[in-house]
Ligand binder design. Structure first.
Ligand code: 5GP
Ligand code: ZN
Length: 112
């Protein structure tokens, strides 16, 4: 999709530090890390947010989580947090579905 930052990363118009890639999913380091390990996992297909996940594309959500699990093992993370921000009120700033994989420090609950 034109003017989508993460589509530009998928198309290699913007450089990224990739940790995982397959036909449908790409994962790269976040440019502004909020934890010692902060990786963003996206579908290559443009989907605006989790609000657009339905029966037609739900397998992708599983693939994103499987990629997160694989990356966490590769990075030897003791534990980690997965976050999908959906819509501006929840903190979403890039409107291409993505999962944050955060690890390497302790996290509090409830989140702020
Ligand atoms: P959101 O706030 O939408 O849940 O997450 C978007 C994330 O994308 C943010 O954590 C932000 O730091 C990251 N980000 C924004 N621009 C870039 C970029 O050009 N490259 C990379 N690697 N991450 C980016
Ligand atoms: Zn996009």
């Amino acid at each position: 999709m034109e003017d989508c930052l993460f589509c530009k990363i998928v198309n290699k118009e913007i450089p990224s530090d990739n940790l995982y890639e397959d036909e449908e999913v790409l994962a790269f380091r976040d440019i502004s890390p909020q934890a010692p390990s902060h990786i963003v996992i996206i579908p290559k297909q443009h989907i605006r947010s989790t609000a657009e996940i339905d029966g037609s594309n739900q397998l992708l959500a599983g693939k994103i989580i499987a990629a997160a699990s694989e990356i966490a093992k590769k990075l030897s993370l003791e534990g980690y947090r997965l976050v999908f921000n959906c819509n501006e009120i929840a903190g979403q700033t890039v409107f291409h579905l993505h999962c944050h994989l955060l690890g390497g420090r302790r996290f509090g609950w409830p989140p702020g």
